[in-house]
Every structure is written in C-alpha cells, then in structure tokens.
Design a protein around this ligand. Structure first.
Ligand SMILES: NC(=O)c1ccc[n+]([C@@H]2O[C@H](COP(=O)([O-])OP(=O)(O)OC[C@H]3O[C@@H](n4cnc5c(N)ncnc54)[C@H](OP(=O)(O)O)[C@@H]3O)[C@@H](O)[C@H]2O)c1
Length: 201
C-alpha cells in the first residue's frame, strides 16, 4: 500500500482518479470542501505547506488544472495567465517542489486533456497548456531524481461530465470515470515513466 496525495479530489477528474487508487492510503487535497488538506496549486507556499504537513508520501496524483475558455481573439492576457498559472505552472510547481519531498521510487501523475489532440472552439488555452504538460512530462522524466517517475493522463471527456461539456463537443465519445481511473492506476502502480497515457474512445 502506498501513500498517495490526490489533489483536486472532489472534482470530476479527482473522483475518476480515486476509482483507480482503491488499494492505497489516499490523502485528499483541494482548494475547498471536505478534504484532508486545503491547497492552492497556484501558490508555491501552499504547495510546500501541503508536502510539509503530509510528511512521507509515495505518490502525487494531480487532477487540478483550471482553464479559461474563449475564442483566441477574445481571450485576454489575464485569462491566459490564469490558465497558465493553474494548468501549466501549478502542475510544474507540484513536481518542482514535490521532488524535494517524495519518497525514493515515488511517482507523480498529472492531468492534461484530449483537446490538444482533438481541438474544439473556445479551448485554445486548455489545449495549449495540455500540450505543454504532455511535453513537460516526457522531457522531465529524463531528469527525475532517486528513481522517481512521472506520467500524465490525457483523457477525453468523462461520461460524468457530458451534461456540462457535451454540447461543446459534437462527435466526441465520452468515457466512464472508471476507465480513466485505470490510467491513473497504471501510472501509480506500474513502472512506466515519461508517458502520456491517452484515454479516448
Ligand atoms: N471533466 C472532464 O471530462 C475532463 C476531461 C479531460 C480533462 N479534464 C481536465 O481535468 C482537470 C480537472 O477537471 P474537472 O472536470 O475535474 O474539474 P472540476 O470538476 O471543476 O474540479 C476541479 C477541482 O479542482 C479544484 N481546484 C481548482 N483550482 C484549484 C487550485 N488552484 N488549487 C487546488 N484545487 C483547485 C476545484 O476546487 P473548487 O471547487 O474549490 O474550485 C475542484 O475541486 C481540468 O484541467 C480539465 O481540463 C477534465
């Protein structure tokens, strides 16, 4: 049994990841609500406080990555920065700071999303930062210390989120949370490193 910090645990993707972490001790974290630890991934001090408070852990699974949606011509710099500081830098900082604290042979699992491979209108910032995270994971895996690993789950839309996103995504086939949970499980319990685990129908 590993100790896994699950960030964004109360969100739709967090709940999907949770279905794949059944055999582990899961410590939940998020920005609000009934979680074991409150954390804001856009704040370095908050990330460090999370790791300091938890102490010893074997894996970090992050499912947070807030994105703004607008057409390219309408998206402001502030909207770009909000997305970059959450979905891109927030996740990078979780790894950058977390590598100081994670156990030997531990793992990080991040989240991106299918829109960098199958674009839709209004999702330029989500797609761009998802692409950045896919690239970050592939390259940083070559530098991870102490036999630690890193992967990213790049899922299509969840069946459980179809009522929210379905109208924006004609021609997409949603997948159940439990299938996406398997991808998180494969990252945490497997030996893969530097992989973009695409989950699409
Ligand atoms: N849902 C899908 O079908 C799907 C598919 C592919 C990829 N994704 C990606 O997965 C990620 C999560 O999506 P989701 O559908 O799970 O969203 P969600 O249901 O809105 O959940 C997001 C969770 O993250 C928390 N959060 C937001 N900003 C945070 C921060 N700065 N620090 C800590 N926690 C924060 C939220 O807390 P609060 O409630 O306090 O705001 C919420 O619990 C996104 O990047 C999305 O693009 C989602």
């Amino acid at each position: 049994m590993k100790t896994v910090i699950l960030i964004g645990a109360l969100g739709k993707m967090g709940q999907a990841a949770l279905t794949g972490l059944g055999k582990h001790k899961v410590i939940t974290a998020g920005r609000s609500g009934h979680v074991d630890h409150i954390v804001d991934i856009t704040d370095e001090r908050s990330i460090r406080a999370l790791y300091e408070t938890v102490g010893k852990f074997d894996a970090v699974v992050n499912t947070v990555g807030f994105c703004e949606y607008a057409t390219f011509s309408e998206m402001t710099e502030a909207q770009w920065m909000t997305t970059v500081m959450s979905k891109m830098m927030g996740q990078i900082n979780l790894v950058r700071i977390g590598q100081e604290y994670i156990a030997d042979s531990g793992s990080f699992t991040l989240v991106s999303g299918i829109l960098n491979k199958k674009p839709i209108p209004f999702a330029i910032a989500d797609a761009t930062t998802s692409g950045a995270i896919d690239t970050f994971v592939k390259i940083v895996s070559l530098e991870m210390p102490r036999n630690t690993r890193i992967n990213v789950v790049n899922p299509t839309v969840l069946t459980e989120a179809w009522d929210v996103y379905g109208e924006m995504m004609p021609g997409f086939q949603p997948v159940p949370s439990t299938l996406v949970g398997k991808a998180f499980e494969r990252s945490v319990d497997g030996f893969i490193n530097g992989e973009v685990i695409v989950v699409d129908a």
